[in-house]
Design a protein around this ligand. Sequence first.
Ligand code: IMP
Length: 426
Amino acid sequence: MISVILGLQFGDEGKGKITDFISRNYDDVVRFNGGSNAGHTVVINGKKFKFHLIPSGALQSNVVILGNGMVIDPDELIEEISLLRQTNKNIKIKISSGAHIVTKMHKILDKKEEEVRASLNIGTTSQGIGPTYEDKYARTGIRLIDLDDMDIVKEKVEIIYRMKKDLLNDTLYGSEEEREKMVNDLLTSGKEILQYMDYTEDIINDDYSRGKNILFEGAQGGMLDIDFGIYPFVTSSNTIAGAVSTGSGFSFRKVDSVIGVFKAYTSKVGSGPFPSEIINDNTLRDLGNEYGTTTGRPRRIGWLDIPLLKHTIKMNDVDSLAITKVDVLGRLDKIKVVTKYLLDGKEISYFPRRIEDFKRLEVKYEEFPGWGEINSSQSLGENGYAALPENLRNYIEFIEKETGKNVDIISMGEERKMTLAKQIFN
Ligand code: IMP
């Protein structure tokens, strides 16, 4: 079984929780995009584990692979590997030789670029993601495989500096001495992580030939995809299922199923259009504790948005849906869902591509009653789904009707056990 799991909104859909729930069925878990801009929290037996680079599925699989599509901060990686070892002692960790390295200079560049963007700033996570991908595509990037060669790393750092010195000159890395120090630090952390380096595209394909089950775990969400999200308010990588192939070296033709995760409402960090946003009411943010895992920033909150969901379902060719945080949403008396987009008073059947269109966009809502508290006996009962509150079932069935996809997994709380799988994942 080869599956892909990814987010269908603006990230933070609770993928970590769902991945952890299904990952016991897979031998290998592979991450194929992004870096420590991602953040996922998994709660096991009341203990919280926060990861940024390591995919959540790693807590339960035998092998974890960080693919070539990723950008990796070595210091963060070292910390997370030691955290992972506390929970999954025997796991094998493999990192692609072609993954790109995020340096301290990239993190500073991230902030500097945001300053230059001024009113078009994205509200990035300041993790150096954009600048590292820029260098990858400028073909000046530092790859993991470079980290044992002082001369290459030094040369690349100097090339990057020469290309971006306007931004760097009034920072620490305007100084040659500081750049040299950074190179030395990189080589030291490089020594620690090079032991995990491998040609992971070969491992994944060999494991497939041996009949292993493989789960590809996406980071961020479909609306942050650099091509199909709301550009330029996106991340610097492709976040949709198609990125599995380029980000890991495994053919899309061999994928059996794509699982799309979405939150029962919507959240977003950073700037840019947010059609279903709830303005001046923080109730849902507080109920759902919606603060960024990576940055701690309060997230912007909105209602579930069906036209947006349909767009990302299409871009990912989703087979099966997983909904999260229904316990949070159900506590409200009245719940709204965006069902239609209108532009200049006319309903549109496409997702807007022009940023200007979002300013003129009107949305139509449908209202649903809440379903109150959900207790664990309801979620774990023999007749799982049938035992859920009727208002919740109506909400889920409405989404199924609108999207034409089944909601197969329902997450009702932070704990692994507060998850209900309607069918295939039991
Ligand atoms: P970057 O990925 O740090 O460059 O940030 C670009 C945009 O994507 C910003 O709006 C971030 O807040 C957002 N973003 C990046 N990663 C995540 C994530 O894992 N969850 C939610 N938003 C994210």
